[in-house]
Design a protein around this ligand. Sequence first.
Ligand SMILES: Nc1ncnc2c1ncn2[C@@H]1O[C@H](COP(=O)(O)OP(=O)(O)OP(=O)(O)O)[C@@H](O)[C@H]1O
Ligand SMILES: [Mg+2]
Length: 329
Amino acid sequence: MIEAVNLTKVYHIPDKDPGVRGAVKALFRPRHTSKTAVKDVSFAIEPGEIVGYIGVNGAGKSTTIKMLTGILVPTGGQVRVLGRDPHRERVANARDIGVVFGQRSQLWWDLALRESLTMVGRIYEVDDARFQRLISEFSETLELKELLPIPIRNMSLGQKMRAELAATLIHEPRIVYLDEPTIGLDLLVKERIRAFIKRINQEKGTTVVLTTHDLGDIEELCRRVLIIDNGVLIYDGSLETIKQRFGKYREITFETAADLNGLDVPTGADVLEKGGRTLSLRFDRTQTSASRVSASIMSQIEVIDLSLKEPDLSMVVKQIYQGGLKETA
Ligand SMILES: Nc1ncnc2c1ncn2[C@@H]1O[C@H](COP(=O)(O)OP(=O)(O)OP(=O)(O)O)[C@@H](O)[C@H]1O
Ligand SMILES: [Mg+2]
């Protein structure tokens, strides 16, 4: 459905000395600094997938999305979306895709949502019956009913994002690109938006490419993730695999009946934190196990309570962002 081959984008940023002299000089002898935002990125996305595209700020996510949607022309490499060049065949491509940039609104500020949606519907030549069906569908799934008479300008961030999603999906595109759709939203709205994305994917088979800094989005929606680091794709695979590969440390915390003085730390574990009567240990589960670590502690001291923490995705991703894909964890 989407294919990128050695996709590369170099931005040329003009260097200019300050002031009029600088401007004149730049006119005759323009100088540029180049920034390679995306470098030799290749991947293929199948119909019906939800793929998470993650990386730190400035890694090149939005730049990639802009090339996939045809907004930007790649400096090198190729993109094919449904067999087309998304930039050269912009009009045809536009019918099949929808895009949401969470940081920017695409709607008309002064129009009530209903009018905005009507405009978008007309632009995409959505026929009346289908339009009505979608409006009532979105009224339910995105809880838009009360928002229809309200101008976008008067909406809260969460309301705006729901409106934005409706406008993006009113022509039922086969692919949607969502660039940080949950940015700045509260937990309930995030949940609603995630449920909505899941639903269009399951019910309509919509293919979704999602960039986000919210790992909850990823965890709930994506089986596959792409990780981009400094313009280079460093991982393309299942979420499960990175979790296993990088999540080999576990944390276990004991609450004890007596002071911890003189306690021997079990082999294969390190002390993370030691308080008066609490002890947190970290262990490598390929070398030891929770039961061996706790048995060792319990043989030394009376344990009142213990808890085991599963490595969460944020811990894993932090390690990857910090250390590249080297075996750090
Ligand atoms: N129009 C532009 N002109 C010059 N440089 C740009 C332009 N747009 C982006 N860049 C640079 O390209 C790099 C990648 O930017 P991009 O917006 O793709 O990152 P991102 O992964 O989307 O980051 P974020 O998570 O902050 O949204 C950054 O170093 C950025 O400064
Ligand atoms: Mg971005």
